[in-house]
Design a protein around this ligand. Structure first.
Ligand code: PLP
Length: 377
């Protein structure tokens, strides 16, 4: 099953063959047909009973995926908005936090924390490596006391999944809040919000959820609620308290992302029909398939093999290859869309996304195309 997206022919131009697009970027991800149908739904009154039922059903499903009994909040916005929401609701100016960064998205969150005047101690780990629990333990013991720890579960720029389950108890020992960016992992890689004791987990609709960009989803623990009551950072749109107050009565303070929620309802149905554990297994198998295939092409993977991500693989660009040309040929000749590297890895690495609505056939086609383009480059 290769996902297809119609390529609109220019008006008046001879009609072109519809090309199947194999979208192998780490989000936005391909939409399943059932989700696309659901997205065409007519608008409803967001202050009426039909919306309240939609919200209740989707919140319950999202809690199952987060593996939490904590409150779950939906904000219209992208994942980055969710990261900012976590900061402004949990802290006051000058609060000390430890930001553990292993790539571009960790650095983005660190920058947000700094922009809001937090005293950020950054544990900056080399790209491609993970946050080793021993390193975090040492930093928490030796560094200044902190009120919170920010960490990226799955670093999309490097294809590394941090061992958050092992790091969480270390954070607990220091009675700090644990805030986790799970934007590119939730729903694809096991994430046990309650068992690990994650205070705020953040995800974004356009990743493993198989719905369009535009909605951030967050879980908020009791400890995070206490912090939200005391936090002094200014907040308005992102205020957790107002969102909870309204969501408890089946509404949101401002217009919700109704279309995303239609898609979410359909996507959750697919996830639970497949079974959450099976979804995780499929992502792992497809991650392995991708890594195996890339190695067979003689390519070097960028991440520490102990922490390979099952949603995205970062690859070292082969010496002498003009990867922007390779990406262009893949797109134009094979309909395969892959991602460049990010920041200082922009030209030296490329990335293949394998999350959400993806089956082995799409990975096989992408790898075949990559092999052919590199072979004739
Ligand atoms: N964090 C991670 C790990 C991501 O992968 C992304 C997006 O790719 C973000 C944060 C930012 O999300 P958005 O682009 O939806 O703002």
């Amino acid at each position: 099953m290769v996902a297809t997206a119609a390529q609109p022919a220019a008006r008046g131009a001879p009609s072109r063959r519809r090309r199947a697009i194999n979208l192998r970027i780490p989000g936005p991800t391909t939409l399943p047909p059932a989700v696309r149908r659901a997205l065409a739904g007519q608008m409803i009154n967001h202050r009426g009973p039909e919306y309240a039922a939609l919200q209740q059903e989707t919140v319950e499903g999202v809690k199952r995926v987060f593996q939490t009994k904590n409150d779950v909040l939906f904000f219209p916005g992208s994942g980055t908005g969710g990261l900012e929401a976590a900061i402004v609701n949990c802290f006051s100016p000058g609060d000390p936090v430890l930001a553990i960064t292993v790539g571009s998205f960790g650095e983005r969150w660190c920058a947000i924390a700094r922009a809001f005047g937090l005293a950020v101690d950054q544990l900056q780990i080399e790209w491609g490596k993970a946050a080793e629990p021993d390193l975090v333990r040492r930093r928490l013991r030796q560094g200044p006391p902190v009120k919170g720890v920010l960490i990226t579960h799955n670093e999309t720029s490097t294809g590394v999944t941090n061992p958050v389950g092992e790091i969480a108890p270390l954070v607990r020992e220091h009675e700090a809040l644990l805030l986790v960016d799970a934007v590119s992992s939730m729903g694809a890689i096991p994430f046990e919000t309650d068992r690990w004791g994650v205070d705020v987990a953040i995800t974004g609709s356009q990743k493993a959820w198989m719905i369009p960009p535009g909605m951030a989803m967050l879980s908020v623990s009791d400890r995070a609620w206490q912090a939200a009551e005391q936090a002094k950072l200014p907040r308005s749109y992102w205020d957790f308290r107002a969102m909870r107050r309204y969501m408890e009565r089946g509404q949101t303070p401002y217009t919700p992302a109704i279309t995303q929620m239609y898609g979410l309802r359909a996507a959750l149905k697919l996830i639970f029909e497949e079974g959450l554990e099976n979804v995780f297994r499929r992502h792992h198998a497809i991650g392995e398939q991708t890594r195996r295939g890339l190695r067979r092409l003689g390519l070097q993977l960028a991440a520490d093999p102990r922490y390979f991500s099952d949603t995205v693989t970062a690859v070292v660009s082969p010496p002498g290859a003009d990867m922007s040309l390779v990406r262009k040929r893949l797109r134009e000749e094979y309909g395969v869309v892959i991602a460049s590297g990010q920041d200082h890895w922009r030209d030296t690495h490329f990335r293949i996304g394998h999350l959400g609505y993806v089956r082995p056939a799409e990975i096989a086609q992408a790898l075949r195309a990559l092999g052919e383009v590199l072979g004739s480059h």
